[in-house]
Ligand binder design. Structure first.
Ligand SMILES: Cc1cc2nc3c(=O)[nH]c(=O)nc-3n(C[C@H](O)[C@H](O)[C@H](O)COP(=O)(O)O)c2cc1C
Length: 224
């Protein structure tokens, strides 16, 4: 079952506006909270928004974009500066595939930006999740946050829902901190769109690649 869920989950970038029933959302998050964390410190909390609360966050982002406000990554940028190979090419490859499905030419910077802005509408999803961590936490705890995010995505998948993890929201870290009245040391790592996939949308046909198993793993001491 886990194998099936892992293979079928994708980042969904176009949602229907069908609402996610609150009890169902609770059920998904109630499963996901069993994700492990080192020392069981459970360093992450999630803020879930829908309706007017989601609209307020979307408005915050749209205003920021319209005003050309500077990115609010702070000391935790989404990627290292000037990504190097092979990572640079992997990132480009999936983007090329995505824009092809969207019918957007690589050179059409304006159309690409317009698609990127869809992040800040949660790609039309009815629910937005924000993953919040104390900025005093280190790399280890950020890794544990990834486990929680994965758990949410798989639990949602099992219930027929779709997700898109969204580091894009890091662009509005400070604004979100104010919006959610986070404590002095808390920060938003990333967002996540959650809802029902629009199966007619070409972008949702995107299937990203993975490096081969033997490139990913160095098997030592095994008998083949
Ligand atoms: C932590 C994290 C943050 C991501 N942030 C974004 C994002 O801001 N916008 C987006 O469109 N996709 C985002 N993605 C999706 C990745 O591009 C995607 O996972 C990757 O290309 C592999 O594709 P798949 O999820 O369909 O398997 C993110 C993925 C992860 C794991």
């Amino acid at each position: 079952m886990a194998a099936e869920l892992l293979r079928q989950r994708i980042s969904t970038r176009c949602f229907t506006d069908d609402a996610v029933p609150y009890p169902l959302l609770r059920e998904i998050l109630d499963v996901a909270r069993w994700a492990p964390s080192g020392g069981n410190i459970q360093p992450v909390r999630i803020i879930a928004v829908t309706g007017a609360e989601k609209d307020a966050v979307v408005a915050l982002a749209q205003t920021g974009l319209a005003q050309g406000s500077p990115p609010e990554y702070g000391d935790r940028p989404v990627y290292p500066e000037r990504l190097w190979e092979p990572y640079r090419s992997r990132r480009r490859d999936v983007a090329v595939d995505m824009y092809r499905l969207l019918g957007i030419e690589w050179d059409d910077e304006e159309a690409r930006q317009a698609h990127l802005r869809e992040n800040f509408r949660f790609f039309g999803a009815p629910v937005g999740l924000f993953f919040v961590i104390d900025e005093r936490m280190g790399h280890g705890q950020w890794a544990h946050m990834g486990m929680l995010m994965m758990a949410v995505m798989l639990a949602a998948e099992e219930k027929g829902l779709a997700t898109c993890p969204q580091e894009a929201w890091a662009r509005f870290r400070q604004s979100l901190k104010a919006q959610f009245h986070l404590s002095a040391t808390e920060m938003v790592y990333a967002g996540m769109a959650l809802g029902y996939a629009d199966r007619s949308a070409p972008v949702n046909r995107l299937r990203s690649h993975r490096i081969p198993l033997d490139e990913l793993i160095e098997f030592r001491g095994f008998t083949r």
